[in-house]
Design a protein around this ligand. Structure first.
Ligand SMILES: *Cc1c(COP(=O)(O)O)cnc(C)c1O
Length: 402
């Protein structure tokens, strides 16, 4: 009987997602269960959304309580949870002054790019190769991968891409028409590539010298993922605009832009969002921030991430090109396409992600237990030690999911 809804979704879904034949019905902490009651350790976590784990009791309680009081209230009116959330979010990075709330990572990037153009009066945006910033037209223009971009050209004018971790290329690219440089601290979707601290600091300095704004996209690295509340803290970065999303509201849709003093005043009506800052998402985000602090999740991500990285680096397999990561954002670059290895991990009760065609990516909830993480390590070791035939019918990269 339960085949019915998989068939139904298969028939009516838009088609833009590469579907995995798994029917998830329940989640708790770092685990999810399928319709047959099979348990999985979830290192996909909704692309890293489930930072505090699935259905964290404090998030559930906050959502339930708020749903009974008020679900929608636009930002033209005031709301206590929104006020509390905005006040808390600016404290994540000393020097930040204000917050724009929206509903996704791409929307946060769109807002940051618009604010940068508005504040500088310049059109240009310099982004990095292998960078990922979302799929709406502005965010897509900052995203690098040709497979994502090409079908939708012409994109927004003024965007250029430079090699990541190459300060000389940035020196060349940032000029009098540059409104902003936008970078990730660790490139997530582009292959789990950690940024070099000196490079990121130089990017910030160049922006200051040449009148551009520095946008850091922490949609994936933020909220404790890399072992600090914000990955910027690893290198003492102080961007002018900082984008957040994914895990910020414990699984509810939310994006945010922290706005620094160099942005200046934003006039009324230049931007907005119907659902932005709604009380339900704000209540969930406040509960999520409380959980991250009370359970010391950034510290946990730092410790567990370091031991997971060394566990994975200890696996000797000719398939492995490199193991990279920061905190609980971990990638294994293989000499093969990863799709069949993801399927083999799933058979062993582990859900993981890709980051490009050859990188296995792990974004576990930060509440994951050391035992569950070891279960993941063991499963990875098993699948990497029993080479799997290449999938001859593999779809081209542009058809594979995010
Ligand atoms: C996921 C992601 C986005 C896009 O977020 P959506 O919520 O899918 O729009 C943007 N930037 C980075 C770095 C991301 O990882």
């Amino acid at each position: 009987m339960h085949d019915d809804w998989m068939t139904l979704e298969g028939r009516y879904t838009s088609g833009v997602y590469a579907k995995i034949p798994l029917r998830i019905v329940l989640g708790a902490g770092a685990r999810v269960w399928d319709a047959q009651g099979r348990e999985y350790v979830d290192c996909a976590a909704g692309h890293g959304v489930a930072i505090v784990g699935h259905c964290h009791p404090q998030v559930v309680a906050a959502v339930r309580a708020q749903a009974e009081q008020l679900i929608t209230c636009s930002e033209m009116f005031y709301h206590a949870h929104r006020a509390a959330l905005q006040a808390e979010l600016v404290t994540l990075m000393p020097g930040m002054e204000r917050v724009f709330l929206c509903n996704s990572g791409a929307e946060a990037v769109e807002a940051a790019v618009k604010f940068a153009r508005l504040a500088t009066g310049r059109p240009g945006v310099v982004a990095a190769r292998n960078g990922f910033h979302g799929r709406t037209m502005g965010a897509l223009s900052a995203t690098w991968r040709p497979e994502y971009r090409r079908p939708f050209e012409p994109l927004v004018p003024g965007f250029t891409h430079v090699p990541y971790n190459d300060p000389a290329a940035l020196e060349e690219a940032v000029g009098p028409e540059t409104a902003a440089v936008i970078l990730e601290v660790v490139q997530g979707e582009g292959g789990v590539r950690p940024g070099d601290g000196a490079y990121l600091r130089r990017a910030q300095e160049l922006c200051r010298e040449r009148g551009a704004l520095f946008i850091v996209d922490e949609v994936q690295t933020g909220m404790g993922r890399t072992g600090r509340m914000l990955a910027c803290a690893h290198y003492g970065l102080q961007p002018d605009l900082l984008c957040l999303g994914k895990g910020i509201a414990g699984g509810l849709p939310m994006g945010a832009v922290l706005i620094g003093p160099r942005v200046g005043r934003l006039p009324h009506s230049v931007h907005g969002s119907t659902f932005g800052g709604n009380p339900l998402a704000c209540a969930a985000a406040l509960a999520t921030l409380r959980v991250i602090r009370e359970e010391s999740l950034p510290e946990r991500a730092a410790e567990l991430g370091a031991s997971f990285l060394s566990r994975l680096r200890g696996i000797s397999s000719p398939l492995v090109r490199e193991v990279r990561g920061l905190g609980l954002m971990v990638g294994i670059e293989l000499r093969r396409r990863v799709r069949p290895y993801l399927a083999a991990l799933m058979e062993r009760g582990v859900l993981a992600l890709r980051a490009g065609p050859t990188v296995l990516r792990f974004l576990p909830p930060l509440v994951i237990s050391p035992d569950d993480l070891e279960r993941v390590g063991r499963a990875v070791e098993e699948v990497l030690k029993s080479p799997i035939a290449e999938d001859p019918e593999e779809a081209p990269a542009c058809q594979e999911g995010l």
